[in-house]
Write a protein that binds this ligand. Sequence first.
Ligand SMILES: C[S@@+](CC[C@H](N)C(=O)[O-])C[C@H]1O[C@@H](n2cnc3c(N)ncnc32)[C@H](O)[C@@H]1O
Length: 469
Amino acid sequence: MAKSTLQNIPVSAGEIIDLEIDSMAYDNSAVARYKDFIIFVDRGAPGDSVKAQITTLRPNYARAKITEIKGSDPNHRIEADCKLFKVCGGCQWQHLPYEKQLEQKDLLLQNFFAKLNLTDRVLKSILGADNSWNYRNKVQYPVRTMEKTGRLKAGYFEWHSNDLINIKYCPIQNSLFDNIVETVRELAPKYRMTAYNGKNKTGWLRHICVRVGENTKEALLTLVAISENLSYSQEFANEVMNKHPELVGVCININTNTTNVIYGPKTKVLKGRGYFFEAIGDLQFKISATSFFQVNTSQTIKLLEILNNFASLTGQENILDAYCGVGLMSLFLAKNAKQVIGIEEIKQSIDDATFSAKENNIQNAIFINAKVENRIKDVLEKYKPEIIILDPPRAGCNKTILESVLNTEVKKIIYTSCNPNTLSRDLEILNNHYTVKSVQPIDMFPHTYHIECIVLLERKYRPNTVCGN
Ligand SMILES: C[S@@+](CC[C@H](N)C(=O)[O-])C[C@H]1O[C@@H](n2cnc3c(N)ncnc32)[C@H](O)[C@@H]1O
């Protein structure tokens, strides 16, 4: 750390100082100011009065951990429901009452969109969940083998650590998952399933993944492993499926990658199906083991209602659904549109979308398996959509895509995002030719800091230019 860059900072590493906490940050910390210098305090809550020790120093901010809570505001700090909350990195805001979490998310969004100067009428308050518990419809636990007992551990990592917590109960996910994961833990020694160790390249299992269709009650178990070789795999699948009748299939996904991407490209079905169904309204969606699906089903229904309002279709529109996944938004809008074209890079998801279109008797949806950035130009030229839906991953849209959109006369863009950082960056670019008409945040991820937004943009009016002017 260069001394000169840090010389005007009013605190030093390791120092313990008194702090008053103002608000939440967009992570697992809260914001305090010390002589106008910003300090992020791990797991703080607004209204806390604390002693905190500086753990990290940077030119513009520091990080600190609480050593003593001297006082707190009971409207803002509560005892977390989960006993593991203090150590688990799975969720970050359980120590705030749910309505305060929503207030803090609204405040964060005002900061994220400050440069866009949005009025209160444009930037709406976040739409909360009716039930903030048991909402996650999927779990993806990494595994380790316990040194002493040789038994399998599965759960989330401790925050700021590589230590895995053996989670037996998680209040934010579907309660079915705790039992299914426990069965895999119990059966692991019998089937010689040991956790894969990337350092010495021993062991086999990397993740235990379970997903469920909340409305169909169909569950799917996928073991992500280093190879497809599991002795007595049929017997294993029989045993788990007999014990858990909700399971419609058991799969092995093979991932030999060294990155932290969970799934590899190949999935082998051991028993039953390699996919499950979810019902949304009157539509049935096929969802394969590794295909993306929104994680909070009841909030997804609200998200689709907002999408529908923003689109306000007349039946004459061509719609481009970029990043379409299994066709959730495409198929939902298709019945009121002329045609929908979905683009998605994962082949399995495109196959799911095509299957669901057929099953739901939807004939005006086309799905293209490609990276959006590689096909958007041709698709815009060929289909001349009136509406573009953008729902990219956390990294947001790449520049080629935004430039292609800016170079067309598309009237309306509906941008859905789970990352306000990249969303505000992309909106600033789109703002050259599009006006942000409405931003509706929706809480898809209660008890975590994550925020989903759905944004309506409309093409700015361009007066005809007269030659020579
Ligand atoms: C946030 S999900 C949205 C899916 C869908 N809109 C939904 O609501 O279910 C993003 C999707 O984009 C896909 N994806 C990521 N990068 C992509 C790219 N460069 N081109 C095409 N698809 C991409 C992912 O596989 C994932 O299915």
